[in-house]
Design a protein around this ligand. Structure first.
Ligand code: ATP
Ligand code: MG
Length: 414
């Protein structure tokens, strides 16, 4: 399954090639697979990397470019050809179309025009999803308001639930760079980590990417955290963007287990995500952190509207705050609740089996399944009352109740 258009470009002129390349790299519907400065090598490049579309400049020698297109038409008939040129001579355009080009765009290229042309090709190649929406990769981040709140358990199970559906291809990225344990939950010993994929991102094609990930029996692909602490600094916001770009081109869903450090790398993942699940438990320290986190995340435009509060371990007796009180405190609807079931969760982790295999009928399994469904299909999330959840601004003062000196007795820490 492909969600973006894989492209390759040939242009002997470094300047125009670089500017076309920059345009393509800036489009989230495009993955640039290969670039080439020589017409004579390009047919081999296309044969090897098998892009969906090739952008061919005519200005480094129109005759050679036209011959190349004729060749590609037979050697790589699935690759859609897009010709670009500074010349808008009618004869040249005609020859280009006859040589097999599907689109002709004048240089300097208008970015909007290029985007529309590529979108048209994407649409004609892959059509729309079953629900009529254009296909795209959905990225779901799972973050937590405190350590041990259940992020990895939930992220792994969302990933496995999604991966078990034949129409999906799913990758789980473990962003808990220092202490991540998603590999334990999936009972796998990965050969490669996020560091390997980061270092080779420019060279990986789809097949190599999948080989670099570890496949679980559910179909879920895992990209684990680095092995060595010394390598942590190699994972930067910039490198993560590149890796996610590559994953987006190859998978229908990416699930990210966010670390509790809320570093720049974590925030980048939140920015890139379509859905952010923020896990909380109904105890005072956790709710206090949730209030702080929501206040901070609320200030980041690319994040704030995507955050959904999920309460985990509902029903755990000792010292739990009521759901009603918790809602008042965080000033936001609770998107979903997951019941407490320690035994099933621990067995799931120890056996390296997702809930759906470990305990298919358990209430917790059904709950995580339902959460998965909501996240997978959620364009607009509604509350039980059918309203779009939003920060209840009138109750924001309640947040302050947890801050020492800002509110009532609940501000006290234990
Ligand atoms: N709904 C639940 N009911 C009972 N136990 C749970 C539930 N969810 C998670 N747990 C348990 O809580 C513990 C912590 O879970 P997990 O490792 O998934 O949390 P985490 O937020 O990823 O932790 P960390 O901060 O260490 O990364 C595990 O023992 C897990 O089995
Ligand atoms: Mg974890």
């Amino acid at each position: 399954m492909s969600n973006v258009l894989r492209t390759a470009i040939v242009d002997p002129n470094d300047q125009t090639r670089d500017s076309l390349k920059a345009m393509l790299l800036g489009m989230d519907i495009v993955w640039l697979d290969a670039e080439c400065s020589r017409y004579e090598f390009f047919a081999d490049v296309v044969e090897q990397s098998k892009p969906d579309a090739a952008v061919i400049s005519l200005d480094g020698g129109a005759d050679r470019a036209l011959m190349l297109m004729e060749k590609l038409r037979t050697s790589s008939p699935d690759c859609v050809l897009i010709a670009v040129s500074k010349s808008t001579d009618g004869q040249l355009i005609l020859k280009t179309i006859r040589a097999g080009a599907k689109e002709f765009l004048p240089l300097p290229c208008d970015v909007e025009e290029l985007h529309v042309a590529l979108e048209r090709i994407l649409q004609s190649k892959y059509g729309s999803g079953a629900d009529g929406r254009a296909r795209g990769c959905r990225m779901i981040a799972v973050a937590g308001a405190t350590g041990g709140v259940g992020c990895t358990s939930i992220a792994v199970n969302i990933g496995c639930n999604l991966a078990m559906r034949p129409e999906n291809s799913v990758a789980l990225v473990d962003l808990d760079l220092a202490l991540g344990d998603a590999d334990v939950f999936l009972d796998s010993i990965p050969d490669y980590s996020l560091v390997d994929v980061t270092e080779n991102v420019a060279r990986l094609d789809f097949h190599l990417l999948r080989k670099s990930l570890t496949k679980h029996s559910s179909g879920l692909y895992l990209l684990p955290r680095p092995v060595q602490l010394q390598d942590l600094e190699l994972i930067t916001p910039e490198s993560l963007r590149k890796v996610c770009g590559l994953l987006r081109a190859s998978f229908s869903h990416i699930v990210v287990d966010i670390s509790k450090s809320f570093s720049q790398v974590d925030l980048t993942a939140l920015e890139l995500s379509n859905e952010i699940v923020l896990i909380v438990q109904l105890d005072l320290p956790c709710l206090r952190n949730m209030v702080r986190l929501l206040m901070s995340l609320q200030q980041i435009e690319s994040i704030r509207d995507k955050v959904k509060v999920v309460v985990n371990r509902v029903g755990l007796e000792s010292g739990q705050i009521s759901l009603k009180k918790a809602k008042e405190t965080i000033g936001r609807e609770v998107f979903f609740q997951i019941p407490n079931d320690y035994r099933t969760m621990v067995e799931m982790r120890n056996n390296g089996q997702p809930l759906i295999e470990q305990a298919p009928k358990a209430a917790i399994t059904l709950a995580v399944q339902q959460l998965t469904d909501l996240l997978a299909g959620a364009e607009v999330i509604t509350t039980e009352a059918g309203e779009k959840p939003a920060l209840d601004k009138t109750s924001s003062s309640n947040w302050m109740n947890f801050w020492p000196g800002k509110g009532g007795a609940k501000a006290k820490t234990k």
